[in-house]
Write a protein that binds this ligand. Structure first.
Ligand code: F6P
Length: 415
């Protein structure tokens, strides 16, 4: 019996379901009997909430819809498994569940926090001499996973951000009086996503005026002073800022305005309000019109503008994970290795999860300009291939059609 199980974890992306499809289809093609899905990741598995994916993904149309549906089809979680030592009961419960379902291989689609789950489960599996294989499939719009050239999900978010930034720049120029727009971009402590705003610049677009990444300390006074200078030169000013920029004492800028009281299981504070805070500072000092534009979840669920290359790589990463497991590997994460820039080409390669779990890969400082207010061409050059090509949604009644998992599809739901 070759049953496999797959889960999705952490923040979603526009292409995370392509990886799910990659796992599902490849496992089936390679002779898996049942492909189970964990509903809300490892937390669902602990609660016995799993689904036989074949009961929901039946036709070619279902598969076409799945890869065009944003967010995590199976539902997600931000659940941190406890340390193994002293918590063996939790692990025994998970392994008992896997045994009951006769699982041969376990796949987890997620970012660096989620890879902590693969690390712990494969470590425990080794300890109890289990034959189950544990493989991670990379995913995150933040692009902050170590070893891999980039992560599935990043290219589509970057495409949305660059395209939206171009539109914001056009809109900002509409009046004959000054407007300062501050665009806040996700990415937590890494600036990869915010850097994508640099792609807006081209022969039909002036580009953003300044870009602030969390890799450099943010100085609020200097920022306000620079805005004063820019206001003397331009009518419309567009600034891109990472949600994770911090001031010299280590506090996030957004913490200076809002009382941030939500912290997830991995200790991450909810980051939001940076643009509002900075736009407020500019308005207060110069009395000009400002706009705070928080791209928020829009940037990670915009499946109507996903990058085809990203979707393909997401699918391939899922398929490569199954291949790795079926060839006997465990405790690995699939990474993307850029083998050529022109033409752009990436291959998949497994890497030890211990080098990836819980590690944040930041933008190299040499790709940021010396004044800390923009990015260098090398960074733009790195991102460009990742946003290429499009895939149209299946439009029904003027809107993109999605596929959903119904509660009753789950084994628990049927009870
Ligand atoms: O990790 C991906 C991400 O989208 C980050 O960029 C962002 O800070 C975070 O998730 C938001 O998480 P949540 O959806 O839990 O608020």
């Amino acid at each position: 019996m070759k049953n496999v199980i797959v889960g999705q974890s952490g923040g979603p992306t526009a292409v995370i379901n392509s990886s799910l499809l990659g796992v599902f289809k490849t496992a089936k093609d390679r002779g898996a009997d049942t492909v189970y899905g964990m509903v809300h990741g490892i937390k669902g598995l602990l609660d016995g909430d799993v689904v036989d994916l074949s009961t929901r993904i039946k036709t070619d149309l279902d598969m076409d819809l799945l890869k065009r549906t944003p967010s995590s089809f199976l539902g997600s979680c931000r659940y941190k498994l406890p340390d193994i030592e002293g918590n063996e009961k939790t692990y025994d419960k998970i392994f008992a569940m896997l045994k009951k379902l006769e699982i041969y291989a376990f796949f987890y689609i997620g970012g660096n926090d989620s890879m902590d789950t693969i690390k712990k489960l494969s470590d425990y599996g080794e300890k109890i001499k289990s034959s189950i294989r544990f493989i991670g499939v990379p995913k995150t719009i933040d692009n902050d996973l170590a070893i891999t050239d980039h992560t599935p999900g990043y290219g589509s978010a970057a495409k949305y951000i660059a395209a939206t930034t171009k539109e914001i720049i056009r809109d900002g120029l509409v009046y004959d009086y000054p407007v300062v727009s501050v665009i806040e971009v996700m990415g937590r402590n890494a600036g990869w996503l915010t850097a994508a705003t640099a792609l807006a610049k081209g022969e039909d677009c002036e580009g953003v005026d300044e870009i602030y990444l969390p890799e450099r300390v943010f100085d609020i006074d200097k920022f306000v002073e620079r805005m004063g200078k820019l206001l003397k030169q331009n009518r419309s000013i567009v600034i891109a800022v990472s949600e994770g920029v911090k001031v010299a004492d280590g506090r996030y800028v957004c913490e200076l305005s809002d009382h941030v009281d939500y912290v997830d299981a991995f200790g991450h504070k909810q980051l939001a309000g940076t643009a509002r805070f900075l736009a407020g500072k500019v308005a207060e000092k110069y009395g000009v019109k400002t706009r705070a534009i928080e791209l928020s979840s829009l940037q990670r669920c915009a499946s109507h503008i996903m990058a085809r290359i990203d979707m393909t790589e997401a699918f391939n990463a899922g398929g490569a994970a199954v291949k790795a497991a079926f060839e006997g590997l465990t405790g690995q994460v699939i990474t993307l290795k850029r083998v050529s820039d022109d033409p752009y080409m990436c291959i998949t390669e497994p890497a030890d999860v211990h080098y990836i779990a819980n590690v944040e890969k930041k933008v190299p400082l040499e790709w940021i300009t010396d004044d800390g207010a923009n990015v260098k061409p090398e960074l733009v050059h790195y991102i460009y291939p990742l946003i290429q090509a499009e895939i149209a949604p299946l439009w029904i009644n003027g809107l993109p059609r999605h596929i959903r998992l119904h509660a009753t599809s789950t084994i628990k739901g049927k009870k």
